[in-house]
Design a protein around this ligand. Structure first.
Ligand code: SF4
Length: 414
């Protein structure tokens, strides 16, 4: 197996380690499980105002603010800390935990509780400050929506009261109760660091280790009281999660509204209406599909929030052209970019929506922010764009207008 030589430290930005981008400072704020209280939504909007006023939603349901002037870091950190969004200075970049956003309230386990315990245990384990910034945890409520997103350590609800430990997409055979689940995930992350040291690797991801999943399972069974089970193929979620926007009636009699951020961006104006809606809902959940979920609305109010959010340009209609379309920063914010991909992507959104597959625009081969799984890629070449589902179907297209037609065809290849 070939291994890329990795620098020991990754370059992932954080709230304290601000990246100097071409358009100013870029800070990434981790939101474990994607769950925010209304006051935290307000704090993020205030933090964004230190920069360009908007926020970017990431494919790990985190938030980025950009355009920060030099010297804004201290004020940013103070605001986040006061809102409970920066509980640990040492672990802030390793709090990468995605959780099922469960818009319908039918989850098999309380994902928010498990995620909260995992986050607290992670921050309380000094050795785990050394995890790479790319290392990812996932807590899946049984709907198989986030377990398929390539987490290093995943917890998948198998039935009420039982979660399976999934390592780099493979069922380990280890089972845990919801009360044990956070401890098992922490032990797996510690075993990753131990195995990485034993192999002398600078790996950032579990799959980069030789036989990583099996060796970590072995370490766990030697040191941790786990319940074994026959490993099973993981369930797959065939639904297009990126396209799930609109109203959802919840089991508890409330309603949820799911709204998409166009190209993964929320403007100051859109943050204002989301803040007001989260007050009514009681919380906000960010999803890895660059949508936001407002879960606890009164059924008679959900329609009004849908139209208010839609009036500010948020995507609440599944047939909207922007649903499932994302883009990296591109020019002028990124010095590596070959094109202003966001502007070009916006031009194609004037055309009708074109099929079920998500689309990601990239300004160079690094493909920052590309969603996991099958994605129609639009890659800037310097002379135009290449469009396609994979290397074989990718075709050269001259300009953004010609890209539109190619996109419609490629997105239908489900
Ligand atoms: S994919 Fe390339 S152009 Fe786009 S943000 Fe990443 S480095 Fe910059």
């Amino acid at each position: 197996m070939l291994h890329r030589a990795r620098p020991e430290r990754d370059a992932c930005p954080g709230a304290l380690r601000v990246h100097e981008a071409a358009d100013g400072g870029l800070a990434r704020i981790r939101v474990p499980g994607g769950v925010l209280t209304p006051s935290q939504v307000r704090a993020i909007a205030a933090a964004a105002a230190l920069g360009d006023g908007g926020v970017e939603l990431t494919s790990r349901a985190n938030v980025q603010v950009r355009g920060l002037p030099a010297g804004a870091e201290l004020e940013l950190a103070a605001r986040l800390r006061a809102a409970g969004l920066l509980p640990s200075a040492t672990h802030e970049r390793v709090r990468n935990i995605i959780g099922s956003p469960s818009a319908d309230g039918r989850e098999l386990v309380d994902v928010r509780a498990v995620t909260g315990e995992l986050d607290a245990a992670l921050c309380a384990t000094p050795s785990l400050a050394a995890l790479p910034g790319r290392f990812l945890f996932a807590v899946d409520d049984g709907s198989a929506d986030v377990i398929s997103l390539g987490a290093d350590v995943g917890l998948l609800a198998e039935r009420a009261g039982t979660l399976a430990l999934v390592l780099a997409g493979v069922d380990s055979g280890v089972r845990a109760t919801p009360q044990q689940a956070a401890g098992v995930a922490i032990a797996a992350a510690e075993a990753f660091l131990a195995e990485k040291a034993a192999q002398g690797r600078s790996a950032w991801r579990l799959a980069e280790l030789d036989d990583g999943a099996r060796r970590i399972t072995g370490r766990l069974s030697a040191t941790f009281d786990v319940v074994p089970a026959e490993p099973r193929p993981l369930p797959s979620n065939r639904q297009s999660t990126h396209a799930q926007v609109g109203r959802v009636d919840r089991r508890d009699g409330t309603a949820a509204v799911v709204a998409g951020a166009p190209l993964g961006l929320l403007s100051r104006d859109q943050l204002d209406i989301i803040t007001a809606a989260s007050d009514a809902a009681g919380e906000l959940r960010l999803t890895p599909w660059r949508t936001v979920v407002l879960p606890g609305l009164r059924p008679d109010e959900a329609g009004r929030w849908m139209s208010d959010l839609g009036a500010r340009g948020l995507l609440v209609d599944p047939s909207s052209a922007g649903v499932g379309v994302t883009a990296c920063t591109g020019r002028p914010g990124c010095a590596k970019a070959r094109a202003d991909v966001r502007e070009d992507a916006r031009r194609t959104l004037q055309a009708p929506a074109g099929g079920a597959l998500p689309v990601h625009w990239s300004g160079c081969e690094r493909r920052c922010g590309r969603p996991q799984g099958r994605v129609v890629e639009v890659l800037a070449t310097g002379a135009g764009y290449e469009v396609g589902l994979d290397e074989e179907t990718r075709a050269s297209e001259a300009d953004a207008d010609q890209v539109s037609a190619a996109l419609v065809a490629a997105r239908r290849k489900v």
